[in-house]
Write a protein that binds this ligand. Sequence first.
Ligand SMILES: [Zn+2]
Length: 468
Amino acid sequence: MTKIGLEIHCQLTNLESKLFCSCKANYREFEPNENICPVCAGMPGSLPRLNQEAVKKATMIAMALNCSTPEKIAFFRKNYFYPDLPKNFQITQLNIYGDTSVGGSGTISVGDKKIRITRIQLEEDPGRLIYEGSSSKNQITLVDYNRAGTPLVEIVTEPDFETPKEVRDFLNILSDLLKNLGVADPSLEGAMRADANVSTRGGNKVEIKNIGSFHDLEKAAHFEITRQESLHDRDIPIVQETRHWDDRRKITVSSRSKEEDLDYRYFLEGDIPWVKINPEIRTELKSKMPESISSKKERYVSKYQIPEQVADVLSSDKFYSDLFEEAHTESNAKEVANIITTELMGLEDTREKREASKLSATHLKDLSDAIQTGKVSRNSSKNALHEILKTGKSVSQIISELDLGNVSDESELLTIIDKIISDESQAVEQAKSNPQTINFLVGKVMQATKGKADPTLTLNLLKKQIGI
Ligand SMILES: [Zn+2]
């Protein structure tokens, strides 16, 4: 049997400042080593000051994952030397004096299965090492401390996963949950990293470190299972070890050294006092928790009769569900949901496209109203949507400029219909004996008007002219 456990590192990307100083949490826009101060650069004598907002956000994650949250939390020093760690220790959390991490003993449902969350801890991210040079002779390593001290939440699971697919499903759910909470944007480069523990057929546990994306996490688990299975088949024992994920070759490789918890010489961080999470704070955070994805989905189905699958897609994505909330009314909810899930999501499938888009909630509302009142056909509304994204012009302006409006002028439609009736005499005879086949003629009218004929009017006029 395969057992996989995960340790997921998630940056709290929506915070203003770093975990222990006022440097920007969003380090991505800076030139190297420009987003640093004595605290995050580890200068002697500098003192950390805890970002309260980070504690609140981390506690909200713990609550959303059904964890228990302690009354007091503590921080510890994890000592190790590495060039990306300017203080030579990382300030993190540990449960050695009771449960003092921000959260513990949670669960999250993945399909029919419950995945247990061991603990959630708040810690600082180290800096980044950048390797340059093409051969071993001229290789250089650059250090950028802009990221050092960025707030990071580590989510540790029990080894409850049995397949890489379960891992992927869990990551999708977790990623949607973090976005829905408004605490992180997992799509940002480096915002989500993970380690995985994999054991097969009761053999030794192998830890895979350094997996830089959710996409690779599934691949890494898959590779490691296959590697271990092949060793089992040849009766070669699995060595308990740490392996690294080689991002380029998409394989796991053995690391030379083995790190044990003991080597880190953990001790209490004396520069940060224990932090009380008062019942009032907890009540406040609970009241700030956004509607969960599952209850949002239920509401879309029961209140607006949106099909289950559409509601599922819509509720899972915070960006689009926010847009839906703003654009919909009692009467157009289904139409708005339909435009978002069938058209918009495809047109804005990357962050760049989403940022470049000039679409607003008003556009969506107006467009769905135009479809419902027969001003524009569903087919033509797709062209209108393309144009809105590009130009941001109003729906009515686009419909008139691109001549996308439905042909609802009776005499204009009659001219077209009469011509089709004379061209398609066989189909007309068929429609007389079997009225259902009239759809073929409706289709012909649509073709002739490039999909712009008002469908209801077309059908009524056709019936009248044929005499059925
Ligand atoms: Zn700083």
